[in-house]
Design a protein around this ligand. Structure first.
Ligand code: HEM
Length: 96
């Protein structure tokens, strides 16, 4: 499940980055142009840009945490394996 989520969230983040990267300079140009007829367009474009940035921030935060989540899961698995090994060893010594 985690592997599936990693793959698709990374893909989603990458694809959403493209329109966002195009939209940001467009918004900057419109803002600084001072052209009043373009300001109506700015309101329209701004409506898309904010949610796109929010989604990028959320998926980006997940991508950022990914190595730490993987490390945490690896450590958990290691501890479990060690515990099983110790229990098996204890079981052997008791039967002797
Ligand atoms: C605003 C909050 C954002 C955060 C916290 C964030 C965080 C991240 C993180 C942690 C990664 C993975 C880096 C790695 O593992 O090497 C990543 C990859 C990436 N980010 Fe963002 N990001 C954000 C916004 C953006 C924006 C605004 C863009 C572009 C418009 C963008 C474009 C990309 C691209 C193209 C990748 C590479 C994806 C891949 O490896 O397939 N990100 N980001």
């Amino acid at each position: 499940m985690t592997k599936f989520l990693n793959k698709w969230l990374r893909k989603f983040h990458r694809w959403l980055a493209v329109p966002t990267a195009i939209l940001i300079p467009i918004i900057i140009v419109i803002k600084f142009s001072g052209n009043p007829s373009w300001q109506v367009l700015l309101k329209q474009v701004d409506k898309f840009q904010s949610p796109m940035m929010l989604i990028l921030a959320i998926t980006g935060a997940y991508l950022y945490l990914l190595p730490y989540i993987a490390k945490w899961q690896r450590n958990g698995r290691k501890k479990k394996a060690l515990r099983t090994k110790q229990e098996l060893a204890r079981g052997h010594s008791e039967t002797r």
